[in-house]
Design a protein around this ligand. Structure first.
Ligand code: NAI
Length: 462
């Protein structure tokens, strides 16, 4: 008899959620985690700490720009960086301890240490070998490196180092205009750092709806971020406390150098499966280094499953969580399902950016007949009251059936607003279904309804 029904390797959003769900389904479950605290990259050095710093820096921005307009006058707050980092660390601790509590509550055993899989059905942690009927690899991802760039996590940093800089730098070059680059770039821009973002492609946020990406870049530029697009970073040299970033223009092949106190490398992440012994175990991998799985998240080795950033698909905490719950169902002998067509993506800048489903570019490429319903937040009373009239909601619906195919929002609370569209899409909603649903006034969500109305006979407030 195996010691456990399931051993989950990794306690990030994929792994810990999977372990809790397995336990809830009556499986004897352990979760291996080598970090001092549970929660993985997301809770310790990713989503949660960055949101704390985004919040604090947004508050500073509000105080500096909008307080006076509302009749709030008086001494302007200054940045106590050590205290701000302390606040961020408190937020991390509350969350990671919360997972520890949930493990205890659900009777999930935390095996502390780094795991390897000597054979199917066995997991080695330190000197001990544990047995399990099923093993779930949920080991996540790590920042990918860039040739010619040596990361020291002091002045040449990934997102991890960017969350613990000893002081707010005067200048920062951000390599990569993806989610990490723009979120962390926003934080430091608001704290007074001069930010230059160097991006390989000709637009920011690859894969995002083009119209949203353009508006987003315009708004961020107005917030002080500088962009150099179509530029491939060749390398970073560090001397006398200054970093020189060399990049080559893709248009004319010319080279140029930028100097900065700190360089943030945000050029993507890659699956982290080091030390698991997957090669010896004979686990098949994808070309790009992810663990290969079937439709039920099982690898070619029976009883060994994989989820989250370690497998193909968007590297998002919520995608990993959904896979964690679904694979738990499968292991428990039930049905698990993830609808990969309805996974929202959110960028937590101000304004927020959120999207789900198809972009206009994708629909064009597929040759689908579609219609567009757009509504600006300038027509939304609530948004204007809080100085957030920038941005819009864009709904894409099938031209014939009116079925919602995608939604792209840039504006206040976009990351929350997107979910009414997610639910709608799960239920196969038409734009009219959204438009005929009563939305409370005054809320930001009215802009979503107006965009849905724009897919039909037209919005009211535009
Ligand atoms: P990313 O894939 O979003 O963006 C990387 C950018 O770097 C791309 O635009 C790429 O063209 C550019 N790039 C690559 N090589 C370059 C070079 N040599 N010179 C200039 N530019 C170059 O990757 P990012 O921002 O590092 O994020 C990693 C992962 O973490 C993503 O999958 C992201 O979805 C996830 N994440 C999600 C968050 C969220 O959901 N809010 C927050 C943070 C990360």
């Amino acid at each position: 008899m195996a010691e456990f029904d399931v051993i989950v390797i990794g306690a990030g959003p994929g792994g810990y959620v999977c372990a809790i769900r397995c336990a809830q389904l009556g499986l004897k479950t352990a979760c291996v985690e080598g970090r001092e605290t549970l929660g993985g990259t997301c809770l310790n050095v990713g989503c949660i700490p960055s949101k704390a710093l985004l919040h604090a820096s947004h508050m500073l921005h509000e105080a500096g720009h909008n307080f006076e307009k509302m009749g709030l006058v008086g001494t302007a707050p200054k940045v106590d960086w050590a205290k701000m980092l302390g606040y961020k660390d408190d937020v991390i601790a509350q969350n990671t301890k919360g997972i520890e509590f949930l493990f205890k509550k659900n009777k999930v055993t935390w095996l502390k240490g780094w795991a390897s899989i000597p054979s199917a059905g066995q997991v080695k942690v330190g000197d001990e070998v544990h047995s399990a009927r099923a093993i779930v690899i949920a080991t996540g991802s790590e920042a990918s490196s860039l040739p010619g760039v040596e990361i020291d996590e002091k002045t040449v940093v990934t997102s991890t180092g960017a969350l613990t800089l000893p002081k707010v730098p005067k200048s920062m070059v951000v390599i990569g205009a993806g989610v990490i680059g723009l979120e962390m770039g926003s934080v430091y821009a608001r704290l007074g750092t001069e930010i230059t973002v160097v991006e390989y492609l000709d637009a920011i946020t690859p894969g995002m709806d083009g119209e949203v990406a353009k508006t987003f870049q315009r708004i961020l530029s107005r917030q002080g971020l500088k962009f150099i697009l179509g530029a491939a970073v060749q390398g970073v040299k560090t001397a006398k406390g200054k970093n020189s970033v060399t990049y080559r223009s893709r248009k004319d092949d010319s080279e140029a150098v930028l100097e900065a106190e700190v360089v943030l490398v945000a050029t993507g992440r890659k699956p982290y499966t080091d030390g698991l012994g997957l090669e010896a175990l004979g686990v098949e991998m994808e070309k790009r280094g992810q663990v290969k799985t079937d439709a039920h998240w099982q690898t070619n080795v029976k009883g060994v499953y994989a989820i989250g950033d370690a497998i193909v698909g968007p590297m998002l905490a919520h995608k990993a969580e959904d896979e964690g719950m679904a694979v738990a169902e499968v292991i428990a002998g039930r049905h698990g399902h993830v609808n990969y067509g309805v996974i929202p993506g959110v960028i937590y800048t101000t304004p927020e950016v959120a999207s789900v489903g198809k972009t206009e570019e994708q629909l064009k490429e597929e040759g689908r007949a579609y219609k567009v319903g757009k509504f600006s937040f300038m027509g939304n009373g609530r948004a204007k009251a809080v100085f957030q009239g920038e941005g819009f909601v864009k709904i894409l619906a099938d031209k014939e059936t009116d079925r919602v195919l995608g939604c792209h929002i840039i504006g206040p609370a976009a990351g929350d607003l997107i979910h009414e569209i997610c639910v709608g899409m799960e239920f196969g909603a038409s734009a009219e279904d959204i438009a005929l649903t009563c939305h409370a006034h005054p809320t930001f969500s009215e802009a979503v309804r107006e965009a849905a109305l724009a897919c039909g006979d037209g919005p009211i407030h535009a």
